[in-house]
Design a protein around this ligand. Structure first.
Ligand code: FAD
Length: 337
């Protein structure tokens, strides 16, 4: 197992801010992971670093980078297969693999950065699909009982950008692999969200396939979101807040254009980007950080921002939304202080 000391993490983080870690273990098997976790008390688990912000430029905790690879078809049924994927596999590469192998289910989740093992942590989602829709189970190492456990998706408490791995069991489980249930016949597609249908119609595509939908998602995402390789960012910095319908009705009196999406009979979701935009942050640069011009929800590093600067900016954005609308927006990004 490779171990490096005093290593610059900026190349492993999509924010690309300078962070020096005391030591990083690169683990490529469950046995290696077990051995490190038996020695280290309070590790920081690193996947692709696309949803993390270190506010301190010196990390004194041990970092464990998950590089467990492998794709295995476990069960073959008439219409679907169960496929196990190592936590260290690149998510988007796995989506492409699934499409090349004639599976459907993951096409709407194309181009989400990061690793397979981090996908259940916040139940990744995009274009009307969430991981939980295709997840069968999660295999994880329990740091408390020092043993491997398997959780069926129904036990993972998955919700909008949330799971028990991010809430009540934060930091306890290290995901080693996940099992997905992917369709191989009787495919059905979800094209109703965002501009997917419009994009496919413009291209003259009538018979949708996982491949054509994935290509549409890739094109739409690339036109909207900054590429972290060009401009450091971690995607949406905040979750879209969910508020009561009665509160929303009250807010409409002062802000008649406030958009919302129905969650259930009592709750609505408000686009955080709209709230941030209304506070005047979109495109506003503050030193080396700011809110992206094309999407206010994305906080960017123009090059030399420190983690602390990015965090301070995010907290200023959060305060101004609270002051103007009385709505608290919660970071989606995992903050390490
Ligand atoms: C440009 C851009 C666009 C994005 N778009 C979306 C989007 O559309 N939808 C969406 O949901 N997300 C999106 N994200 C966020 C991000 O891609 C996802 O959250 C992704 O799952 C993070 O994967 P990662 O491997 O980079 O995780 P990391 O950033 O490395 O880690 C994230 C968290 O998970 C923990 N973790 C990582 N791996 C493991 C493991 N194996 N076991 C236990 N804990 C672990 C870490 O400790 C950390 O708390 C976007 C990010 C960027 C930069």
């Amino acid at each position: 197992m490779r171990v490096e000391e005093n290593i610059d993490l900026s190349n492993f983080l999509s924010f690309s801010n300078e962070v020096v870690a005391k030591e990083v273990y690169f683990v490529s098997s469950v046995a290696e992971l077990q051995s490190v976790l038996n020695q280290v008390d309070d590790p920081i688990i690193l996947g692709g670093g696309s949803n993390m912000l270190f506010t301190n430029s010196n990390v004194q905790r041990t970092v464990v980078k998950i590089e467990i690879l492998g794709i295995e078809i476990l069960v073959k049924e008439e219409n679907y297969d169960l496929i196990a994927v190592g936590a260290g596999e690149n998510w988007h590469n796995f989506v492409l693999w699934s499409i090349e192998n004639n599976y459907s289910g993951l096409e709407n989740l194309s181009l989400i950065p990061g690793t397979v093992g981090a996908a259940p942590i916040q139940n990744i989602g995009a274009y009307g699909v969430e991981l939980k829709d295709v997840l069968h189970s999660v295999e994880a190492y329990d740091r408390e009982s020092k043993s491997l456990k398997t959780f069926h998706v129904s036990e993972c408490e998955m919700a909008y950008r949330e799971s028990m791995f991010k809430t009540k069991h934060k930091g306890r489980f290290v995901i080693t692999d996940i099992v997905l249930k992917l369709q191989k016949a009787n495919h059905s597609y979800n094209t109703s969200y965002g501009a997917i249908e419009e994009f496919l119609e413009k291209k003259g595509e009538k018979d949708y396939s996982a491949k054509s939908i994935s290509e549409a998602v890739i094109a739409i995402r690339s036109s909207k979101l900054p590429d972290p390789k060009q401009l450091g960012n971690a995607g949406s910095f905040f979750k879209n807040p969910i508020i009561r319908k009665s509160t929303y009705q009250d807010l409409l009196r002062s802000f008649p254009n406030m958009p919302s999406y129905n969650v259930d009979d009592h709750l609505v979701k408000i686009p955080a980007a709209w709230l941030i935009d209304q506070c005047g942050w979109r495109g506003k640069r503050v030193g080396e950080t700011g809110c992206y011009i094309g999407q206010a929800l994305v906080i960017v590093n123009y090059g030399k921002a420190t983690g602390e600067e990015i965090f301070t900016h995010a907290m200023n954005v959060k305060s101004s939304v609270l002051n103007k609308f009385g709505i608290e927006i919660i970071p989606e990004v995992n903050i390490f202080q």
